[in-house]
Design a binder for this molecule. Sequence first.
Ligand code: HEC
Length: 155
Amino acid sequence: MKKRTALLTSALVAALLSAPAAAQLSVEKQIEFRKAAYQFMSWNMGKIKEQAIDQAVPFNADQMRAAATAIAAAANSGMGALYSPDSAMDMADNTRLKPEFFEQPEKAREVGMNFAREANKLQQVAASGDQAALASQFGAVGQACKACHDDFRGD
Ligand code: HEC
């Protein structure tokens, strides 16, 4: 508990020191918005899977570009603001965020940055209209989603 308090304090200090931040959302809103963002990404990942992987739907480069752009936009939207230390499973309801996310900040940063990098690359690849390259990058993004879930999302 002492450790969490220290983390909370340093998060507060960091928040105070950082450039004009958006107003701090309530824990309930953070949880609501981050879940919505992941659902939105999941919907767009599903579209790419249908066309580039399963080929259940004819490939439409414009739709693929739109889906990849949506995922990259969510990834680049500053979702860190939706992760305050008191929004994890041990302190909040209706969430599966593990407290490990704050206990292993280096690891959390690494999976987050890796995800953003792969999402940006997805957007670039989708813009090229190359179906095989998109299928391959879809796999890389899926791995990046999973890496975070494996470490930081509870059952
Ligand atoms: C930085 C870590 C991280 C990354 C990257 C990540 N997720 Fe998640 N995801 C989470 C966490 C944590 C939760 C649980 C959120 C909660 O319950 O508050 C979650 C929840 C979800 C949910 C369930 C949302 C709900 O309504 O409960 C879906 C679906 C999901 N993620 C899909 C994805 C997809 C698809 C990707 C990649 C495109 C992705 N996630 C990338 C951490 C991550």
